[in-house]
Design a binder for this molecule. Sequence first.
Ligand code: PLP
Length: 479
Amino acid sequence: MTTAVEVERQFAAAAAQVVDWIQGYFEDAEHYPVLSRAQPGQLRSLLPGSPPLEPEPFEAVWQDFQRVVLPAVTHWNHPAFFAYFAITGSAPGVLGEMLSAALNVNGMLWRTCPAATELEQVVLDWLRQMLGLPEQFGVIMDTASVATLCAVAAAREALSLDIRTRGMAGRPDLPRLRLYTSEQAHSSVDKAAIVLGLGQEGVRKVPTDEDYRMRPDALEEAIREDVRAGWRPVCVVATVGTTSTTSVDPVDEVAGVCERYGVWLHVDAAYGGAAAILPEMRWVLRGCERADSFLVNPHKWLFTPIDCTAFYTRRPDVLRGAFSLVPAYLQTPVADAVNFMDYGIQLGRRFRALKLWMVIRMFGVRGLQEALRGHLQLARRFADWVDASEEFERVAPVPFSTVCFRHRAPGLTPEEANRFNERLLESVNATGEAYLSHTVLRDQYVLRLAVGNLRTELRHVRRCWELLQEQARRLQGLR
Ligand code: PLP
């Protein structure tokens, strides 16, 4: 029988095959249908329901990867993937992931892998400088959702209400706690409130202006009203690059409000923050130097394979106060080293810094800037076509590389126009040539095109525009 050690010996040959395939995939991803055509349950029906008892050769597994797995993949690495926030699992990032998997360290403590901790510190400081943020503590977390949860936990800790020890239930001495964010903020903010016991009623959605940005006057009014009614404000979450329209909250003014009322300011710049590596886009982070905490996702628009969220705080002691819990078996004699397990929920930590380090070094800041600039230009071109078109209309400003638009659907009621746009989206996605997603803004069904893949060229965006027009005409013909 093949032993586990013998299986390990197949590594070089198998890896060579996989690497060869990845190289081809990067170059040829556009030949796959971008949105998987798999039916629900298809993959499961093609694989045995129980595990193999005996070892199988790599070749057999590899064949199933091609035959069963690939057809059920939606290709986020396709240059015409324009849905949600388009991303790239770049070559340097994949190299970093390979090494991280091979080393398989757990960077929970400095001593369990000094390189994981210190490379994380170095690379986060590089990224901070690239974004023009002041010096502060950084830690890599898996996702923005988790980082926002940690930020709100730190904000709650900063209130000194002893919630960490005594909890919140059954405490008449506790005021009800409120979190403020715009009505355009990501659902991860609500989830943080749910998990931390604030509840959904503990989230107050601040109205936005005509360009979907949080209104600081409305924020201040909401806080004043709540304080009068006995609520205790915990945290304000501002967004740089909201999920639907990529609007940028006026963080500077929001920071002023937070400072006046002594409320923690967290900035979610998951997607939009990356743009600040461009001098001409620095403005998007104006005021973020005043935030108590801040996050940006290199796994969104900095070509780092998912997952990698960079989380920064000017108040690491508070974050540590919220999370540090060191059982005897994790105590170490190295008192002055940072143990990242103290700054978040998870104990075990992957060596994520490697992939970000590889990305920044192998592309260089200039290479990254050039790629982002290209994306901004492509989105601008698309927005210009929409603006010049009589059939389509743009429904939000385009500060980054995401365009929100819709077909005007003349002669239809608002409900019918929504249904028409929904069908248009489905028809374009069904071609397999491009993949767009949608949102709803002021009761209107809206299409979104987000450029974020390294290999997206003008021809991909142009083809998507042609598809939209072709499919709209086809659907109008069917009407
Ligand atoms: N914040 C914003 C503004 C987002 O757009 C998203 C996801 O698109 C998130 C947070 C959540 O990101 P993650 O998947 O890293 O939790």
